[in-house]
Design a protein around this ligand. Structure first.
Ligand code: SPQ
Length: 428
């Protein structure tokens, strides 16, 4: 187990950071490149463990993928170019890899099995296997297909209309990926709009997709063609620096090339609602995925309420929003976020338990948490529990702690941000 003594008692953070490429977009670039015809070039790919799992799974399916750091070249031969893997596809810690792949594999003419690490084994899969089965997929697994390991026997699929019971971009994407191979039309109805990287990428790869209100519609039998994908920096990684700059006195941090897709920018809305000093300079380059520079300067924060349609736009940032709330005056309430219970860890429990160890006034609720600030954080031994976002949030919290902080399972951060500690400590 990796254990790291974290830097504490920091007075200011100053400098410029270019966070690595977006995780959600990097996964999708590998998948679309592997099922398209022709040579796809991906720039600023995230070489984090999760996205490397996607590469390794598609290599096992016969895709030719050359990855050199953040540059990836994929020689795609269309869906028909993929073949039965010789061994079980291993997705590591990555929920996005397994759920989106289930959509792709459901319609391919061979059998494949998938499994991941201990955390993946606890994450619910029926949210994907139920709609895919309605389309004709044959997927079996532990506990009636609820958990890994899963086996998919490819079938001819038919289009369906499916109302998502939970707002989930992964479920939406799996259905769309199956829908592009199905007979007829597939419609996904979203209760609340979730990240739309799959939809944008279908268009970039020459496919067609339509959105009307809460409905996303794809036609079956689509063939995709290779594309050049430039991945913007990951706003979910930038969020840790945005939080650090906002709560550590005298800080000023410039974040370059951060993805600004409106389905992901809920963290900026929350920071502004709390009174943070944030300025954004969007790039006017007409890219499919918008990006820009963000500057954050320390200021006094106020508590806020985070709920409703905002939740899917910041779901992965809730751990760091909880930390922000410990440094804001008054009460912060986070609700409508029960989805946090089925992430890499139960992120309601892990955030509450680990921040409490550092002296935060925080309590769990059924669908979120309540935090009272402003609190002086002390020190202690905390754990990432194998969850990258918890590890990074605790490393930012430590900067404010008055006593020593030891972080267990610190190497979890490599799932989405391998150079995290180097970048963070370059600002001191
Ligand atoms: O891939 P994984 O493990 O599910 O990653 C997480 C994360 O914190 O990085 C969630 F734990 O992000 C998900 C996100 O929460 C990535 C994602 C996507 O790329 O489509 C969508 C969200 O999940 P969901 O279940 O709401 O669709």
């Amino acid at each position: 187990m990796s254990v790291k003594r974290l830097i504490t008692s920091t007075t200011k953070l100053k400098g410029e950071i270019t966070v690595p490429g977006d995780k959600s977009i990097s996964h999708r670039a590998v998948m679309f490149g592997s099922i398209a015809d022709g040579i796809t070039h991906v720039q600023n790919f995230l070489p984090g463990e999760d996205c490397l799992s996607s590469i390794s799974c598609f290599r096992s399916l016969g895709a030719e993928i050359n990855q050199n750091g953040s540059e990836v070249i994929i020689v795609g031969k269309g869906l028909g170019g993929l073949k039965k893997p010789e061994k079980t596809l291993y997705v590591g810690n990555s929920g996005t890899t397994i759920r989106l792949m289930l959509g792709i594999l459901s319609g391919l003419p061979f059998e494949s099995s998938l499994e991941g690490d201990e955390s993946i084994a606890k994450r619910p899969m029926t949210r994907v296997t139920i709609p895919l089965s309605e389309m004709g997929a044959d997927i079996s697994g532990r506990n009636k297909g609820e958990f890994t390991p899963l086996t998919v026997k490819g079938q001819k699929l038919k289009g369906i209309t499916y109302e998502l019971p939970v707002a989930s971009a992964q479920v939406k994407s799996a259905i769309l990926l199956a829908g592009m191979q199905a007979e007829g039309t597939t419609t996904v109805v979203e209760p609340v709009k979730t990240r739309d990287h799959t939809e944008r990428m279908i268009i970039q790869f020459g496919g067609s997709i339509e959105r009307t209100g809460d409905k996303v519609v794809v036609n079956g039998g689509q063939n995709l063609v290779a594309a050049n994908i430039v991945v913007p920096g990951d706003i979910s990684s930038a969020a840790f620096f945005l939080a650090a700059g906002a709560i550590i006195p005298e800080s000023e941090i410039l974040l370059k090339n951060v993805g600004l897709n409106p389905t992901r920018t809920g963290i900026i809305d929350v920071l502004k609602a709390m009174g943070a000093d944030i300025t954004i300079e969007p790039y006017e380059n007409g890219a499919s995925e918008p990006a820009g520079d963000i500057r954050v300067t320390y200021s006094e924060l106020q508590g806020t309420t985070v709920e409703g349609e905002l939740i899917p736009r910041l779901i992965d940032e809730i751990p760091v929003i909880a930390l922000l709330a410990t440094q804001a005056n008054g009460r912060t309430i986070i609700k409508d976020a029960a989805e946090l219970k089925v992430k890499e860890t139960n992120r309601i429990d892990t955030v509450v338990n680990e921040l409490s160890k550092l002296g935060a006034k925080i309590e769990a609720t059924e669908d979120g948490m309540i935090i009272d600030g402003k609190t002086n954080l002390k020190g202690g031994t905390v754990s990432a529990h194998g969850d990258h976002r918890i590890g990074m949030m605790l490393s930012i919290a430590a900067l404010l702690c008055s006593d020593d902080v030891t972080l267990e399972q610190s190497d979890s951060v490599s799932v989405s941000y391998p150079g995290f500690f180097g970048d963070l400590y370059s600002l001191i």
